[in-house]
Design a protein around this ligand. Structure first.
Ligand code: SF4
Length: 344
């Protein structure tokens, strides 16, 4: 196991057990979490002798390898990460105006099986550990992309890895570590009633994004099988309860799919849901992939949906594609899993 995610006390004990002075733990902590350095050689105030000792007894990175894949238009960089057990995950660095967003993964693959998402097609392998979640942010920071905004919209359903995801968030937002702002962390979910209840019970008030698919239950189930056990009507009631407890705005993520959920009636139902939840809507045109059996909508249809929502006084944004040339856009993560299968 890597030392990422250990408390300072735990790190001091580890260092002591290795026969070094506890202050080395403080130096190490500072280099990793405050100065974004992940190799001992860069930690210049640690003596050469201690650097060698640390190398023998400690692993900083929870990853075996990290490969960078920049998009042609330069606004997205995909990180293809090989975990210690040789499984692969992907996360995406998105360039904003004056900071970077990291689209972080919470699971290796995903068991939820949304029909418009490549990660769903890849299937599920395992939950990510706390160090593997924090490690994605540290790697991005260490490469010089200072992450100011974190969205759990990479591979996996964060609510199905609840303990590890929230332990990682607590760690990264602590002033003792990376001091990320809680307001700049968003967790996306396809809607698990039990886990939204857990957010309520544990008083965890965060920016939540709910992936709608379709606001009509009968149509939603064709796109998102989760509808069978977590009906959207009950999810909406639970979200309404959750939202009434804090003042962070809910986002409804709506992937527009040609012939499936872009007609006037579907957008009307979406507007009704948004009004009930006092939520803003983020429209995303489907990111096409040969493994996904759907097509995106035309620009005209995308803008028609936006205008309709605006007329209904629903705050709406369009998320433009970034990095679809490297399969780094929303719903496209998992390409590195599929590549070997495609080749065989
Ligand atoms: S959209 Fe999210 S929850 Fe659905 S399959 Fe993809 S990663 Fe999983």
């Amino acid at each position: 196991m890597s030392i990422i995610g250990l408390s300072l006390e735990q790190l001091k004990n580890k260092i002591k057990d290795a026969g070094m002075q506890p202050f080395v733990a403080g130096q190490l902590w500072d280099w990793i979490y405050k100065k974004n350095k992940l190799t001992f050689e860069e930690m210049v105030n640690i003596s050469k002798q201690n650097q060698l000792k640390l190398k023998e007894v400690i692993e900083i990175s929870p990853f075996k390898a990290v490969e960078l894949l920049p998009s042609g238009e330069g606004r997205a960089i995909k990180l293809i990460i090989t975990l210690k057990d040789n499984k692969k995950i992907e996360s995406v660095i998105l360039k904003e105006r004056d900071y970077y967003t990291l689209c972080v993964s919470s699971q290796c693959g995903c068991p939820v099986d949304c029909k418009f998402c490549l990660t769903g097609i890849v299937g599920f392998t395992r939950n990510l550990e706390v160090d593997e979640i924090i490690g994605q942010v540290l790697v991005a920071n260490s490469l010089g992309y200072h992450i100011g905004n974190l969205v759990f919209m990479g591979m996996g359903e964060p609510m199905l890895n609840f303990d590890n995801v929230f332990e990682a968030i607590d760690f990264m937002t602590s002033l003792d570590t990376m001091g990320m702002s809680k307001r700049r962390v968003t967790v996306s979910t396809s809607g698990f009633i039990k886990n939204i209840q857990r957010l309520i019970d544990e008083k965890r008030y965060i920016n939540l994004a709910f992936s709608v698919g379709h606001a009509n239950p009968e149509k939603r189930v064709r796109l998102m099988p989760i509808e069978k056990k977590n009906p959207i009507m009950e999810v909406a009631t639970k979200l309404h309860e959750y939202q009434s407890l804090h003042n962070r705005k809910l986002t409804l993520e709506y992937t527009l799919i040609d012939g499936m959920n872009e007609d006037d009636q579907a957008i009307r139902e979406l507007a009704r849901l948004a009004k009930y939840l006092d939520a803003k809507v983020n429209l995303i045109n489907l990111n096409p992939h040969h493994k996904i059996p759907f097509k995106p909508v035309s620009t005209k249809v995308l803008h028609r949906a936006r205008v309709f929502l605006e007329r209904e006084k629903v705050p709406v944004t369009i998320r433009f594609r970034k990095g679809d040339d490297i399969s780094a856009a929303c719903g496209q993560l998992g390409e590195s899993h599929l590549a070997p299968k495609t080749a065989s």
